[in-house]
Design a protein around this ligand. Sequence first.
Ligand code: ZN
Length: 134
Amino acid sequence: MKATHIEHIGIAVKSLDEAIPYYEKVLGLKCYAIEEVEEQKVKTAFFKLGDTKIELLESTDPEGPIGKFIEKKGPGMHHLAFAVDNVDQALADAEENGVKLIDKKHRKGAEGLNIGFLHPKSTFGVLTELCGEE
Ligand code: ZN
């Protein structure tokens, strides 16, 4: 695997409506997309800075992954996403290197990208997403 850049940083928020003005008014970014990812039980808002995006995640269901995260830890940084060429290949490479996977195969994330998660137990506490067009 060769990660090319940080694709995005995922941040769990209680409310997109409350968080978006901070990114727009204080940091001067522009929210260019809001998208619901039903399978993940989240609504996402995206901002772009160079090659990297900020992905705000609002839970749509207290039993979903972001709902549970906020319940346990409160809002804050949730995951780091690296861009790779081919997500399935990158997941296989990580597993070959002894990394525990959350996803054995890619699934569809926001913006139609393929995504797959590595387990934070194997990544020094950082929930890590691999993200790519293939
Ligand atoms: Zn993400």
